[in-house]
Ligand binder design. Structure first.
Ligand SMILES: Cc1cc2nc3c(=O)[nH]c(=O)nc-3n(C[C@H](O)[C@H](O)[C@H](O)COP(=O)(O)OP(=O)(O)OC[C@H]3O[C@@H](n4cnc5c(N)ncnc54)[C@H](O)[C@@H]3O)c2cc1C
Length: 384
């Protein structure tokens, strides 16, 4: 197992040497960040959150937060693509059968297999826990029919953790199952290339599954027990992967402001912007916002890794707070850096577009706050 420091140092190196120099091209060409993802996996981070007993690095949500934060400071698309691979890997690793270990976890930990989470659908939108994709039991295993949206990593992944509901008409809504679907299965059809406002390297395409057949042993856990997966694995890892990425964007914006203020010199007064009290005040405020949000996210992840009973509330709140903070911070950073940052190709231009997805990525900010309220009131989270 690589120590936390070793993982952080390795990630910083990859972020600086590979993700950063490619970030503009990734953004401009909406190109999946292949070089950074392949290097992260090649250096042993493919199984970052896979337990050591399956050959992984055995790290938890705190380490995943840090890795996504480091990557997100340089290239948000790399951070989310790696994050979604890790979330998918954590779901497969939660309760794997022998054949899932052999077929999926072994190649994941040896850096040869990319996976991802494929839950969202157009029909139920932000209610990612209510799939309408159908899973039918057939002689050869399961037949899957439906369309998934926003499949991050898209066609670049080797497998997809797909949620689906039993096809029987009386199957209870929400009691869905997850199956691993290998890429290039017969009956898979990809939608148009991803063209997002931000996160442009994500390749978050839609995927139609038309009578896609997978063997019975590709089922994760037992049929219909996915609510356990949602709250014990999917949500925690999903929340920190996203929160870490957005922390990275906040850091990038803060650094951009600092560098600009000391550099920008006004000839009419012979002073730099670093000497302007209003901007000093704004920077102080910005630092505080970054720091308190960071501490909340790491506290929540640590609390989950320690098994605290109220960790999920902290994690949900952390992702909602990050979403608010990152949009505000990058927005303020643009005001403080001024016209130069509004131009095409500026770092903050990309940061602002990347940041904006924070509220829309499930669990969305509004839904998280409803869930937090329900949890505090002792009400069931999934009441709708
Ligand atoms: C860049 C990007 C990457 C993504 N990657 C993945 C991925 O890898 N895998 C995956 O499965 N999904 C992914 N998604 C999908 C994402 O997680 C959301 O599920 C999806 O964006 C929400 O779909 P929608 O806008 O149709 O939601 P809608 O349901 O139409 O929601 C629109 C708005 O209404 C709000 N809303 C809806 N219902 C309620 C309610 N009952 N109470 C309060 N507010 C409500 C939502 O919070 C949201 O703000 C990604 C999305 C983006 C933008």
């Amino acid at each position: 197992m690589l120590s936390t420091n070793a993982v952080a140092d390795l990630t910083k190196n990859i972020a600086r040497e590979i993700a950063a120099p490619n970030a503009d091209q990734t953004d401009q060409n909406a190109a999946w960040p292949e070089a950074s993802i392949r290097t992260l996996l090649g250096e042993g981070l493919g199984g970052l959150v896979v337990p050591e007993r399956f050959g992984g690095q055995g790290h938890g949500t705190k380490m995943l937060t840090e890795v996504c934060e480091i990557l997100g400071s340089e290239c948000a698309s790399t951070a989310i693509c790696f994050g979604m691979h890790s979330v998918g890997a954590s779901v497969i690793a939660a309760n794997p059968t022998d054949s899932q270990q052999e077929q999926y976890l072994s190649p994941i930990v040896s850096g040869k297999h990319i996976t991802t989470l494929s839950l969202s659908e157009a029909g139920t939108g932000a209610h990612f826990y209510l799939p309408q994709t159908q899973l039918e039991v057939i002689d050869q295993g399961y037949s899957i029919n439906g369309t998934k949206t926003f499949v991050t990593n898209g066609e670049n992944a080797d497998s997809f953790v797909v949620s689906a509901v039993a096809s029987e008409p009386d199957a209870p809504m929400g009691q869905f199952s997850c199956v691993v679907v290998p890429n290039h299965s017969s009956g898979m059809e990809w939608g148009p290339p991803w063209q997002g406002m931000g996160m442009r390297g994500n390749s978050s395409r839609s995927l139609s599954l038309n009578n896609v057949v997978v063997p019975r042993h590709n089922l994760l856990g037992k049929e219909g027990d996915q609510i356990w997966y949602i709250f014990n694995v999917v949500c925690p890892y999903f929340l920190v992967a996203i929160a870490g990425t957005y922390l990275g964007i906040m850091n990038a914006a803060l650094e951009e402001v600092k560098a600009h203020l000391v550099k920008r010199h006004h000839t009419h007064v012979g002073l730099t912007l670093a000497q302007a009290p209003v901007l000093q005040h704004r920077l102080g405020e910005m630092w505080g916002k970054v720091e308190k949000t960071r501490r909340l996210v790491y506290h929540a992840a640590d609390s989950f890794d320690q098994g605290d009973s109220d960790a999920l509330i902290a994690l949900m709140s952390a992702k909602a707070e990050v979403a608010d903070a990152v949009v505000d911070i990058v927005n303020d950073a643009m005001t403080m850096v001024g016209g130069i940052s509004y131009r095409d190709g500026s770092r903050l231009h990309r940061n602002l577009r990347d940041a904006r997805a924070s509220h829309l990525m499930s669990p969305t900010t509004d839904i998280l706050r409803v869930w937090i309220g329900r949890a505090l009131l002792g009400q069931p989270l999934l009441a709708d």
